[in-house]
Write a protein that binds this ligand. Structure first.
Ligand SMILES: Nc1ncnc2c1ncn2[C@@H]1O[C@H](COP(=O)(O)OP(=O)(O)OP(=O)(O)O)[C@@H](O)[C@H]1O
Ligand SMILES: [Mg+2]
Length: 635
């Protein structure tokens, strides 16, 4: 029950801003229920006044029944000659009541639906906004597909509930209470008999609600996995095709889909048990009411008209009982959806506090002091006491085998994550003192995995500032050695829209566009994380040459695997397994004859081997050409 209250509180929080609209809608709804409750009274009067009077000549006085009394006052005098006119009057009153009921009902649902749409739009905005401000750690642990499911499917569940069931629950409560009061006013014992089975219904509904919540949670978890699977499959469709793994993927999907169906079926079974069960209860209750009513009439405790009205009221109290179950069932699903949505909303936002240094430029002195770090609490350290210094304007390389922690160092520098221990300083001030926004605006990183948005190349390059003049965009593109390609290959030059995930660009082209995107920020510190790994040596050389002008006085960190990409750096920091193992200029490190030298030797020997192979292939080619020439002359 506590959970239900919690979810309800959250639901009210979502809808809260429009509470006056909802109150107005509820008032109108209650009014419409009030009108509806008058309808059986017309029937009662028609039977008691007209039919009984004209058949038996007996004039039934309404007694305690005030409502019927008021309607009597409106009617002309009860005389044989007035029979038709009384009927016409009753008809008109009935129509007027129905009309009023319709109008109040319609305005109520219009108001509540409009408010719900607004509230849900706000919820969606809030979710997206919150997601944008969550720390990287959150995204590392939650699959994208799952988040998509929560932002769409779960929000939709809440929307449906808020549109249909919030006012519905008010309507049902009003009908139930109203009808009960109407009965109670005439015959209290009969009124109690008419709701006899209500407690049983409530207990059954509660059990159903609990069970449904459990199953629905599982169902939604399987749905999450399914969405995540589709999302991942489509993002990696090239890998799937390249490995001819379509059938494997289909199999995986089918299995997951089956798992979801299994839980769907469990839900269905629960419903199959519940609905007929509740029907039996409802009809038993109606039968009891019918029987009791008949008994009261026979004992002259009720008139036939009263009995007719009574029976209608009895059905008015019984049907909400059944609808209550549906309400409860949807409440169960909505509770799960709300919890899932709030698992995002309750996740603390990234801490955006900190100094922005008065917006001043960074000088670019960086220092890592004994920094340790791990992504998950229960894993081993990824960085093990990293210490190094980079002076203002220096160009330093980070080199090391894959997985040695190079990109992790950059993530810490960008404040994507917090170190477990140790200290990171920029310009002699601890990184923690700067706001993440400031640091990220001043450090330009070309991330290792090139990602482009599905917009034009121009918009991609000018991502940091959409108002950037085209000349500046072209200038950055030139440095990144992509300008000529954009102009020559792409039909609409800079306006060419990149297909989803940049599929229309080659890996190297994508890298260069992302390089241009970073350069245009004119950052104080430039970080290139493996950002020329996908371009050929010649292009890389061209880019390096063009970058030299820009990076001359700028602190620059270069991460690369090729020694040729880093040997002209002022200093090279060599990492292995999250530790700094060597440091120095290219020449110093070669002399040291350590890890760096080993990598250098391997790369050189591979290069030599390749060169030999190329030469050999060329001579072979020449030989075969000579042979084919000789053959053709022989012919
Ligand atoms: N988001 C993450 N969550 C958990 N572990 C991670 C995460 N990112 C990286 N790791 C782990 O941290 C270690 C260091 O990764 P990192 O990306 O820093 O290596 P790297 O030196 O940049 O390698 P590469 O040269 O291949 O880019 C790896 O063992 C990797 O498995
Ligand atoms: Mg890396």
């Amino acid at each position: 029950m506590k959970e239900v209250m919690k979810s309800l509180k959250k639901l009210f929080e979502i809808l809260g801003k429009w509470k006056y609209e909802y109150i107005a809608a509820s008032m109108l709804l209650i009014l419409s229920v009030g009108f509806r409750l008058l309808e059986p009274k017309i029937l009662q009067i028609a039977i008691d006044k007209i039919i009984t009077f004209f058949i038996t000549g007996k004039n039934i006085i309404p007694g305690d029944d005030k409502v019927a009394g008021y309607i009597y006052i409106l009617l002309p005098e009860l005389k044989i000659e007035n029979a038709v006119i009384i009927l016409v009057y009753l008809g008109i009153i009935f129509l007027a009541i129905a009309l009023l009921r319709g109008i109040t009902m319609l305005s109520s649902s219009t108001i509540s639906a409009a408010s719900t749409e607004k509230a849900i739009k706000k919820l969606r905005d809030r979710l997206f906004n919150h997601l944008q401000h969550l720390p990287m750690k959150f995204f590392g642990t939650t699959p994208t597909g799952e988040l998509i499911q929560r932002c769409t499917g779960d929000v939709e569940t809440v929307r449906k509930f808020a549109t249909m069931q919030v006012t519905e629950s008010i309507r049902l409560t009003a009908i139930f209470t109203g009808a009960f009061i109407m009965m109670f006013m005439v015959n209290s014992i009969y009124a109690l008999i008419a709701v006899m089975l209500f407690p049983v219904m409530i207990i059954a509904s509660f059990y159903f609600f609990r069970k449904e919540g459990e199953i629905w949670t599982k169902h939604e978890a399987e749905q999450d996995k399914l969405t995540a699977m589709v999302q991942e499959n489509l993002s990696g469709i090239r890998v799937v095709k390249a490995f001819a793994k379509e059938n494997y993927e289909i199999e995986k999907f089918t299995q997951q889909n089956e798992e979801k169906r299994r839980w769907g079926l469990k839900l269905l079974k629960l419903h199959m048990l519940y609905w007929p069960g509740s029907d039996v209860l409802v009809y038993t209750q109606l039968a009891i009411s019918l029987f009791a009513g008949g008994y009261f009439v026979l004992n002259n405790q009720l008139s036939v008209g009263e009995f007719t009205a009574f029976y209608t009221y009895a059905s008015y109290v019984t049907w909400p009982m059944r609808r209550l179950a549906q309400l409860v069932s949807e409440m169960g699903m909505t509770r799960v959806a709300i919890e899932r949505i709030y698992s995002i909303l309750d996740y603390p936002r990234e801490d955006y506090s900190g100094s922005s240094n008065g917006g001043r430029e960074l000088k670019g002195k960086i220092e890592f002091k004994d920094v340790t770090f791990k992504y998950e609490d229960d894993e081993e350290n990824i960085l093990n006491g990293i210490s190094f210094k980079i002076n203002q304007g220096e160009k330093v390389a980070l080199l090391g085998p894959t997985g040695s922690g190079k990109s992790t160092i950059i993530s810490l520098l960008m404040k994507f994550y917090e170190p477990v221990s140790g200290m990171i300083m920029i310009d002699n001030k601890e990184l923690g003192e700067y706001s993440p926004g400031y640091i990220r605006s001043k450090i330009g990183v070309v991330l290792q995995r090139a990602f482009l948005f599905s917009t034009s190349i121009r918009d991609n390059i000018a991502y940091s500032n959409p108002d950037t003049h085209i000349d500046q965009i072209v200038e950055s593109a030139k440095v990144a050695n992509i300008h000529d390609i954009i102009n020559e290959i792409f039909p609409q030059s800079y306006e060419t829209v990149i297909g989803e995930k940049g599929v229309t660009l080659s890996g190297g082209q994508k890298q260069r566009v992302t390089l241009a995107r970073t350069l245009i920020k004119n950052p104080d510190i430039l970080v290139l994380d493996d950002s020329t790994s996908a371009v050929d040596t010649e292009t890389e050389f061209e880019i390096q040459k063009a970058l030299r002008g820009i990076t001359r006085s700028k602190t620059t960190i270069v991460i690369a695997h090729r020694i040729t990409s880093v040997q002209d750096c002022d200093r090279i920091i060599v990492l292995d397994k999250g530790r700094v193992i060597e440091e120095g200029t290219h020449d110093e490190l070669i002399k040291k004859n350590g890890f760096y030298k080993k990598i250098f030797d391997i790369q050189i020997s591979i290069e030599d081997e390749i060169n030999e192979d190329i030469e050999k292939a060329n001579t072979d080619n020449k030989k075969s050409k000579n042979i084919s020439n000789a053959l053709s002359t022989l012919k």
